[in-house]
Design a protein around this ligand. Structure first.
Ligand code: HEM
Length: 426
């Protein structure tokens, strides 16, 4: 098998658009020839086979998430001074290992379960209907901007308990957080981003204080109650300000990318589309196959606590490692015909799309619900849905997330006023 780039060590660039198109060829080459490889320009090790990714995930003695949310070089003093006015970064769920992670994750998971009520499902349906109604008469839309971006954001705000009017502010602060990890930002930009991030933390703290006084039926209130209930947890409000921030960022862009991934696969296959429209009970398997075939979280970072041998290669201590979920999901040792998109495969649902084990995504049931509801809203309101053939989908370029940002769709709006045929076979 030929390597699609000159040399993995020096030539692999996850941010290069052309290489994004050949990504699965590259993973296939890596799994076969160099299952663990090092990238010099990025100073990152890549683990590509299913069995090795799975083993690394379970191996907390060697692979840690703790230093994952830190920049590749220390922040300049003025940036640290601003961040010191905020609160500890310790208790991000994604940035925390067992045993400390265990009770916090338990409380978050219980809070999620309590928040996922029937009335939440009805509310999610309302949000989807409202968004799709806003463009259904037009017959053509960039579904990325009009639905896939806003919908998961509104849902996550609803779940956490932040008002929707705050969306723009929260988005700005979310961007500030990302800027803090940019290697190219100058000190002034980093200081502004740090100020934004500290405002974000204060905003969350105000909401937590309010829920402590007056609990509601939302994730913030449930989280406080669950933490309070568990004697193994002894955390103040200041300690947990980053948990809702983690939830907000983890539950937004991922949903956008998954929705556009599902639509691009489904609408490229008219036969599959017709089947799914007529048999909506197939939607959950379609969603699972999209999570295997094109997972939005294409890889996730860990840092080695000690040197470790993986597939015959020694990774040194203190190395940044990407567990390549996207590659593991296409491993022929696990999947028959891995390059075929097939929601009917017998093992549908077996994938790293939501991670596995300790850091498994607590928002998975909500993410699945969100995708089903969005597809149904589109089917109900946009008859004869198809990809616009004059616009290429636009990729979202990111180191470890993958998918589209822009996807143009067309349909026949004249028929949109008609009621959905037979309730859509549900
Ligand atoms: C399609 C949508 C989503 C995808 C593809 C996705 C994917 C993932 C993956 C792969 C992980 C594990 C990362 C690791 O191995 O370290 C994860 C963790 C997480 N996800 Fe999701 N997620 C989605 C939606 C959501 C939603 C809707 C929420 C919340 C409302 C959420 C909250 C979280 C949190 C808090 C974690 C960290 C858990 C921990 O570290 O213990 N996610 N997600």
């Amino acid at each position: 098998m030929k390597c699609p780039v000159s040399d993995l060590r020096t030539g692999f660039d996850p941010l290069d658009l052309a290489q994004q198109e050949d990504r699965y060829q590259l993973w296939a080459y890596a799994r076969e020839q160099e299952p663990v490889f090092y990238s010099e320009p990025f100073d990152v090790w890549f683990i590509t086979r299913w069995a090795d990714v799975e083993a690394a995930q379970k191996d907390h003695a060697h692979f840690s998430t703790e230093p994952v949310f830190f920049p590749s070089k220390p922040w300049p003093q003025p940036v640290r001074e601003v961040l010191d006015r905020g609160y500890s970064w310790h208790y991000f769920l994604s940035n925390n290992d067992p045993p400390e992670h265990t009770p916090l994750k338990k409380a978050v998971s219980k809070a999620f379960t309590r928040t996922q009520t029937r009335s939440l499902e009805a509310r999610i349906e309302e949000i989807a209907a409202e968004l799709v109604d806003s463009f259904a008469a037009s017959g053509r839309v960039d579904v990325g901007a009009a639905l896939a971006y806003s919908f998961p954001a509104y849902v996550v705000l609803e779940i956490i308990g932040f008002p929707r009017e705050d969306m723009e502010r929260l988005k700005g602060w979310g961007d500030d957080w990302l800027t803090l990890f940019s290697d190219s930002a100058d000190v002034e930009t980093l200081v502004t981003a740090a100020e934004g991030f500290v405002s974000f933390q204060n905003y969350v703290l105000d909401h937590l204080r309010e829920r402590q006084r007056e609990p509601r039926e939302d994730l913030l209130s449930h989280l406080l109650e669950e933490l309070h209930r568990d004697p193994a947890v002894n955390l103040g409000l200041e300690d947990i300000v980053n948990v809702p921030i983690n939830i907000m960022s983890a539950g937004h862009e991922t949903g956008t990318l998954l929705m556009l991934g599902i639509l691009s696969q489904l609408l490229a296959d008219r036969e599959l589309l017709a089947r799914v429209e007529d048999h909506r009970e197939l939607i959950p398997d379609l969603v699972e196959e999209a999570l295997r075939y094109e997972p939005p979280v294409h890889g996730i970072f860990r840092v080695t606590k000690a040197s470790v041998e993986v597939a015959g290669t020694t990774i040194p201590a203190g190395a940044r490692v990407l567990l390549c979920y996207g590659s593991a999901n296409h491993d022929p040792e696990v999947f028959a015909e891995p390059e075929r998109f097939d929601p009917d495969r017998a093992d549908v649902g077996n994938h790293f799309g939501f991670g596995k084990g300790t850091h498994f995504c607590p928002g998975a049931p909500i993410a699945r619900l969100e995708q089903r509801v969005a597809l149904e809203a589109l089917f109900d309101r946009c008859p004869n849905l198809r990809l616009a053939d004059d616009q290429e989908p636009r990729r979202f370029i990111h180191f470890w997330l993958r998918g589209y940002r822009e996807l143009w769709l067309e349909w026949d709006p004249d028929a949109a006023a008609l009621p959905p045929a037979g309730g859509g076979g549900r």
